[in-house]
Design a protein around this ligand. Structure first.
Ligand code: EPU
Length: 417
């Protein structure tokens, strides 16, 4: 299993380009299932989760053709096997995103239940409830969700909580349904808007994406389209945190601060100078960061996907911060690993109290999930001496060429097999 070895202490400096957003690309790849015409995508990140999704689509009969360094053409003309088997789903929860489009286009789908994962139980009851409201017959047998509907019917759906992939799945189901669907309490995340924009280019009739009420008027068929995936706001935020923690100065290109208000505000509260340009962000860190408390909540509030990275920066900041996680019930696994590096963190239920220390010391730590891994990278860049991060396959699911990008910013980092 690959490891990442970091020699800490060097401030990050320079410029690096941000990749396309994993969490926008995954649903948009699934949107290809909705049409028999080619969908041409650009700015796709090279990530293991993307390869897994492509394998899943290919075994359903979708033809995938490479198109330039970060482009693909997906052609679901020959879609003939509306099945997502356990072997692929177990490695990536986002596989559930095929459910809505498959029922909409094929009239049926069999998708393995994704089950629990390290950060929490993460059920898919809202996805199922929404499809049932649209007239699908849904059964769960032998670990598979089996959904059937000759043609889905428009419905009013109010989800019990704000769910990102739930909103995306139901939006994709509704675009080919008979009549109007209203998704109330919809996720407002920018990735939902990127998916809606792609679907609209394919001929879907959607309004309200980006608000908590999305209206979709079903159409008979969708066509092919071209779409550029939005920049990854979480990768952007992660590099901003890495620069902040190391006392660095960086410019991140091919990205935008437009979807990062909550994160940028916290970085400025911590004492960083942040300047936003049209397609870039610059950050200059102070000598020492100030501790910043935060509470995660659905977009536009502070993202749960940035919580671990802020725990790392608070670990070395001046003062005491309280971090409250409200989205996932088990998303503090990085705390123990950060403590191995010398951080002072106390967990009390869904609160973490982080007392900043003057310095961290390198050690061997273990990555437990994607964003936890990112927090360990940040801590390793700050710690004195060498930090070895084990099980970095988690990182490769969500950060494109991370050691190359960090090295470009002056980090002393290498991968070992
Ligand atoms: N939930 C339910 N029932 C459902 C759906 C969700 O109880 O049917 C609960 C979840 O258990 C959780 C909360 O609702 O407590 C919100 O979960 P959500 O459905 O929004 O999460 P998700 O769609 O599974 C996406 C991202 C995650 C990100 C969350 C929250 C993708 C592919 N994944 O997950 O990204 O943390 O939204 O913003 O878009 C990551 O990239 O590292 C990552 C985990």
């Amino acid at each position: 299993m690959d490891k990442l070895i970091l020699a800490g202490g060097a401030p990050l400096a320079g410029e690096v380009a941000i990749s396309g957003a994993k969490n926008a690309a995954l649903p948009i790849l699934c949107a290809s299932l909705l049409t028999a015409e080619p969908l041409q995508l650009t700015n796709l990140p090279h990530l293991n989760d993307i390869s897994t999704m492509l394998r899943l689509l290919a075994q359903m009969g979708v033809e995938v053709t490479l198109d330039g360094p970060s482009g693909l053409v997906l052609d679901a003309k020959g879609l003939n096997n509306p099945l997502a088997p356990y072997d692929l789903v177990k490695t990536m929860r986002a596989s559930i995103l095929v459910l809505g489009p498959l029922v909409a286009r094929c009239g049926e789908a069999r998708v393995s239940l994704p089950g629990g994962c390290a950060i929490g139980a993460r059920p898919v009851d809202q996805h199922i409830k929404g499809l049932q409201a649209m007239g699908a017959e849904v059964t769960v047998e032998a670990g598979y969700v089996h959904a059937k509907a000759k043609r889905l019917k428009g419905a009013r759906i109010c989800t019990d909580m704000v769910t990102v992939t739930g909103t995306e799945n139901l939006m994709m189901a509704a675009v080919l349904a008979d009549g109007e669907t209203i998704i109330d309490n919809a996720a407002r995340a920018p990735e939902v808007v990127d998916l809606a924009n792609c679907l609209v280019s394919m001929g879907a009739q959607i309004s309200g994406a980006g608000t908590d009420v999305i209206r979709i008027r079903g159409v008979e068929r969708l066509s092919g389209a071209q779409h550029r995936i939005m920049p990854d706001r979480i990768e952007t935020g992660t590099y901003l945190c890495a620069a902040a923690a190391t006392g660095g100065e960086v410019r991140l290109t091919q990205t935008s601060a437009a979807y990062l208000d909550a994160v940028v505000d916290k970085l400025m509260d911590a004492g960083c100078d942040v300047v936003t340009e049209r397609d870039a962000i610059r950050l200059k860190a102070p000598q020492r960061l100030k501790a910043v408390s935060l509470r995660t909540a659905p977009y536009p509030a502070f993202p749960t996907d940035m919580q671990a990275q802020f725990m790392a920066i608070n670990a070395v900041a001046d003062g005491v911060a309280t971090i409250r996680e409200t989205i996932f019930e088990n998303r503090f696994m990085h705390a123990n690993e950060l403590m191995r590096l010398g951080a002072d963190i106390q967990i009390e239920g869904s609160n973490a109290i982080v007392r900043g220390v003057a310095r961290l010391e390198g050690a061997t730590v273990m990555a437990t999930d994607l964003r936890a891994s990112a927090s360990l990278v940040i801590a390793g860049l700050v710690a004195q001496g060498e930090t070895t991060i084990d099980r970095i396959y988690h990182l490769d699911r969500g950060y494109e060429r991370i050691e190359e990008k960090l090295a470009k910013l002056g980090a002393r980092v290498r991968r070992a097999h």
